[in-house]
Design a protein around this ligand. Structure first.
Ligand code: F6R
Length: 364
């Protein structure tokens, strides 16, 4: 049942190209030229803003999607964790689209946040792995992520499928709002089609990542850095590492480092830099150099050219394939997940059932 893997988590990480293909097939026309949403569909011209709410890893999927909706579709997006949102009495204007993201569809705080917006938001959508769940039932529309059953407590394939569905929604929003032309949408959709192949190339790095993880397992603190849409992924990478390896980890926006966290940098703290070669690459690299100038040991994750340009003097590297900008958070989720997985295996922790955690949190 683990298909030859030692743990469900590993099986689920390696399933990502397959389940993401299924999600792409579900939401794209057979010729790959257009997006198809389940009835009654979504007309993004009806909304002035989007509110996205979730917990944990699902929240980081929302936070990543904020960058997509704002950059690609030019819609303002507010994101919040459900346990805060449900009590902070946020005013909801009528032309609001509320999107809830939940693998289980049963998380108590997210469900309560959903109920808070019922009757206030114009439309409520749930992006979920469970079409029969309470959240799916109580929404105007539920969008399946098609990840299949996720057994590992640490969410992996559900995260990348959530991201894939949210990116397609952002493209639909851009199309409806006339921000992208039909040709530009087609280009984006064909880039999305390349995602499973790119994910396979990222998975090929598993044994190299395992070697780096043996070193990470010796650390008591790890920092993750990213900019733009890689910032939420830095947070997710840190969450994944701490929840299964019990190593203290924090994610920071690279540009925020000098406002405090740089005080943590020393020879013993690995700093993992998520640096696809996008338009923020140079800025990320200069933040990385600030860390190195203070004796920090950097694990740089980038593509071949990025490692060539910036890899001098770094502690370790992991090479990713070159990726279209919008897809980088989905692709770079793979090394983040594999680092956490192999580090936990090296430490001998219970990967699929980490201490103190439950798969679905149905109490407040
Ligand atoms: C982390 C993890 C949790 C969940 C969170 C929300 O690996 O799995 O942070 O993402 O508890 O759960 P769902 O998506 O079921 O609402």
């Amino acid at each position: 049942e683990k298909a030859g893997h030692k743990h469900y988590m590993s099986k689920e990480i390696f399933e990502q190209p397959t389940v993401i293909s299924e999600a792409l097939n579900y939401y794209m026309s057979a010729d790959g030229a257009s997006l198809i949403l389940p009835e009654p569909g979504i007309d993004f011209t009806k909304y002035d803003r989007i509110v996205m709410v979730a917990c944990g890893t699902a929240f980081y999927a929302c936070f990543t999607a904020k960058y997509w909706f704002e950059q690609i579709a030019k819609v303002p997006v507010e994101v919040d964790i459900a346990s805060e949102f449900r009590y902070r009495e946020a005013p909801i204007s009528p032309r609001t689209l509320a999107i809830y993201v939940s693998q289980s569809g049963e998380t108590a705080d997210t469900l309560a946040a959903l109920r808070y917006t019922a009757g206030k938001a114009e439309t409520i959508i749930t992006v979920t792995n469970s079409s029969e769940s309470s959240m799916a039932r109580e929404s105007d529309m539920s969008l399946p992520i098609l990840a299949g059953v996720e057994v590992g407590v640490a969410s992996t394939k559900a995260f990348s499928c959530q991201l894939t569905v949210l990116l397609m929604l952002a493209l639909k929003a851009a199309q409806d709002r006339g921000v992208l032309s039909e040709d530009e949408i087609k280009t984006q959709l064909s880039a999305l089609r390349s995602l499973p192949g790119l994910l396979n190339l990222a998975l090929d790095q598993s044994s190299a990542i395992s070697d780096v993880s043996a070193l990470l397992a010796e650390s008591s603190d790890v920092l993750f850095l990213g900019r733009g849409a890689m910032y939420p992924l830095a947070l997710e990478g840190a969450l994944k590492l701490k929840e299964i390896s019990y190593i203290h980890a924090e994610g920071y926006a690279s540009g925020e480092l000098k406002h405090g966290p740089i005080a943590l940098v020393d020879q013993n703290t690995p700093i993992i830099v998520l640096a696809p070669r996008d338009k923020l690459f140079e800025k990320t690299v200069s933040n990385m150099q600030e860390v190195m100038a203070r004796g920090g040991k950097v694990l740089l994750i980038s593509d071949e050219q990025g490692l060539k340009e910036a890899g001098d003097g770094v502690w370790q590297t992991i090479q990713m394939p070159t990726v279209p900008d919008a897809l980088a958070p989905i692709l770079y989720a793979v090394p983040a997940q594999l680092l956490a997985y192999h580090t936990a295996v090296a430490k001998g922790t219970d990967v699929d059932q980490p201490r103190n955690l439950a798969k679905s949190v149905t109490v407040e």
